[in-house]
Design a protein around this ligand. Structure first.
Ligand SMILES: Nc1ncnc2c1ncn2[C@@H]1O[C@H](COP(=O)(O)OP(=O)(O)OP(=O)(O)O)[C@@H](O)[C@H]1O
Ligand SMILES: C[C@H](N)[C@H](N)CCCCCC(=O)O
Ligand SMILES: [Mg+2]
Length: 245
């Protein structure tokens, strides 16, 4: 069973946006997808309890039906802050062992072809004083998709993230260039070309800024920028070929 961990160069770079597009593209080809947001910081109180928008979107984009919210997002904090700090304000301590067990339980409970896990913020966001979300991805033996928010500063952020992924011997199956602002970054093409030369993994998609009425509609329109479902599944399983630079 394939496990893909979606990380990014920062918070708010489009990890959820890309995750939903990946899930929808795979579903078009009949791939059974299951998704999880293990830790969310930034949620609203509802009658059903705390709800994080990322987890709600993943829950509706995955193809396996009727997965309860608490299984998709077992740990949720209201404050949009670093997760280990949010946990401390609630006298809680996050651990890889607890989150990995929840992920394994979810995978055992629902037959699927691909399990997608969205991080929070970037690759090294802490869970506690010793462990980070990277340790969770390693515990899940996940392959990684790196989302690069195309804005000034992204070259450094992308290279640092990729260097750390390599140092930890993580298999990076691809990256996505995502235009995060309505006003494109200056010299976007040169930045893209530079990243293509320095990230030696397939570019899964080069996404423009897609302004639509809702996040869900926008990520649905992002689907067409990805390879077809079968090709995408192969790429996510690490069977892809390098995109031409
Ligand atoms: N290509 C795009 N076109 C239009 N809107 C986008 C695009 N990419 C991202 N967005 C929007 O930008 C915002 C941030 O994206 P998103 O929530 O996916 O970031 P994230 O990396 O998942 O953040 P977090 O670290 O909080 O999980 C969202 O409102 C999303 O819909
Ligand atoms: C609130 C935000 N959108 C995410 N849920 C959490 C981002 C944590 C970033 C921590 C950091 O790297 O400083
Ligand atoms: Mg997100």
């Amino acid at each position: 069973m394939s496990c893909v961990f979606v990380t990014g160069t920062d918070t708010e770079v489009g990890k959820t946006f890309v995750s939903c597009a990946l899930l929808e593209r795979l579903a078009q080809g009949g791939v059974a997808t299951l998704a999880m947001k293990p830790v969310a910081a930034g949620a609203v109180q509802t009658k059903a309890g705390l709800r994080n928008e990322d987890a709600v979107q993943l829950q509706s984009a995955m193809s396996v039906p009727s997965v309860p919210y608490e299984a998709v997002n077992p740990v949720c904090f209201e404050a949009p802050i670093a997760p280990h700090i949010a946990a401390a304000t609630q006298q809680q301590v996050l651990t890889v062992s607890h989150l990995a067990s929840a992920a394994q339980q979810l995978q055992r409970s629902y037959p699927h072809d691909l399990f997608l896990v969205e991080g929070a913020g970037g690759w090294l966001v802490p869970l506690n004083q010793q462990e980070s979300l990277a340790d969770l991805a390693l515990a899940l033996n996940a392959k990684v998709v790196l989302v690069v928010g195309m804005k000034l500063g992204c070259l450094n952020h992308a290279l640092l993230t990729y260097a750390e992924l390599q140092r930890q011997a993580v298999e990076v199956v691809g990256w996505v260039a995502n235009q995060v602002s309505e006003t494109p970054m200056q010299h976007a093409e040169e930045n893209l070309a530079w990243l293509q030369r320095h990230l030696p993994v397939p570019l899964l998609a080069n996404l423009p800024y897609l302004a639509t009425a809702s996040n869900q509609a926008a990520s649905t329109s992002a689907v067409d920028y990805f390879p077809d479902s079968q090709t995408l599944m192969s790429l996510l399983q690490g069977k892809g070929v390098l995109s031409p630079a």
